[in-house]
Write a protein that binds this ligand. Structure first.
Ligand SMILES: NC(=O)c1ccc[n+]([C@@H]2O[C@H](COP(=O)([O-])OP(=O)(O)OC[C@H]3O[C@@H](n4cnc5c(N)ncnc54)[C@H](OP(=O)(O)O)[C@@H]3O)[C@@H](O)[C@H]2O)c1
Length: 313
């Protein structure tokens, strides 16, 4: 059999689902793994899985993404998000695979408000999650390979995922009050657009290193909520404002985490779609998914469906 094109980690997560679907859409072969097939705590399982499947590319989306939860268990966060990435990079070296590591705006402290973060801006994570992802970045960059990419993104959401727009819409439709933060600004990013950018980067032959990939434009969480509601014809729903400090969450988040996509734009010869355009496509995709899930329990987005250990072609 010909070589597997991609192995996708975190294939059950919101980005992993979009990446495996986009690969299949392109007529390429992907194998998706998640907690059960390749637990990221276990170096042995990572090496044996990758040496068995020997993909041309590894798209590493798997991570502990519960930012507040990471504060309670820093060891697990650093092992799964950081060390596991080093083990994946080690395996990539053994099988000569390219590697795309999805990282985060939370490697920055948010102190340069008003200026998007360039790829070479100095990281200074405020949280355990951010420092664990930075550890993963260093492991990938340390390999100095031309086909190894660290792709930082932000505020990720997509069809079938548990995410901010879903929560806002659910609360609004249930008539529950909405109160959203005004003093954190970033770029919401649709999984479908990010997946295309990750795959295009693999195909681009662009030099290895750090790239930033978010939908273009930026907003506060409050503005994002308003934009989602407007797009869903719920623009009359009231959204109260609050400050991040009022929430007293365990993990500190950057107040400004807008990323400068220009290096990615140059590599791909195009810019990322705007976040407002992405919201409209999210709502369309989400309604199709929900309708399909109601009719077929095997469809992603239905909790009884499964994507684990599955080959996509
Ligand atoms: N979500 C965001 O806003 C955001 C922003 C910037 C960057 N990112 C990065 O983007 C990537 C994808 O994020 P996402 O939003 O798709 O997250 P997600 O939906 O939480 O998906 C992550 C996947 O990784 C799996 N995973 C967790 N612990 C694991 C372990 N020990 N072994 C194997 N798999 C494990 C999760 O399984 P369970 O669900 O069973 O735990 C889940 O299927 C991550 O690398 C994240 O750091 C996300």
């Amino acid at each position: 059999m010909s070589q597997l094109d991609y192995l996708v980690t975190g294939a059950q997560g919101q980005l992993g689902r979009a990446v495996t679907a986009a690969i299949a859409q392109r007529g390429r072969r992907a194998f998706g793994v998640d907690v059960e097939e390749m637990p990221l705590e276990e170096r042995g399982r990572i090496l044996s899985t990758l040496l068995t499947h020997r993909p041309r590319w590894i798209v590493h989306c798997g991570a502990i993404t519960n930012v507040d939860g990471c504060e309670q268990d820093p060891l697990a966060a650093h092992r799964v998000n950081g060390l596991a990435t080093a083990w994946i990079a080690e395996a990539a070296g053994k099988i000569d695979a390219g590697l795309v590591y999805v990282s985060t705006d939370f490697v920055f402290d948010g102190s340069q408000a008003g200026t998007p973060y360039a790829v070479d801006a100095a990281p200074r994570p405020l949280s355990i999650y951010g420092s664990s992802k930075r550890l993963g970045e260093e492991a990938v960059l340390g390999r100095e390979r031309d086909d190894h990419y660290v792709v930082r993104t932000s505020w990720v959401y997509g069809p079938g995922g548990r995410n901010f727009p879903r929560a806002i819409l659910d609360r609004a439709r249930a008539g529950q009050p909405l109160k959203v933060v005004t003093d954190q600004v970033g770029s919401p990013t649709l999984t479908l657009d990010l997946a295309e950018a990750l795959l295009d980067l693999c195909d681009s032959g662009a030099p290895g290193g750090i790239y930033h990939a978010t939908n273009s434009g930026h907003c506060s969480w409050h503005e994002f909520a308003r934009a989602v509601l407007r797009a869903a014809d719920l623009g009359d729903v009231e959204v109260a404002t609050q400050l991040a400090a009022d929430l007293a969450r365990p993990a500190q988040r950057p107040a400004w985490s807008v990323l400068d996509n220009s290096k990615l734009d140059a590599a791909l010869g195009r810019s990322m779609p705007t976040y407002t355009d992405a919201i409209a496509r999210y709502l369309a995709a989400e309604s199709i998914l929900l309708a399909s899930a109601a009719a077929d329990p095997g469809v992603p987005g239905n909790q009884s469906g499964t994507l684990r250990g599955k080959e996509y072609k």
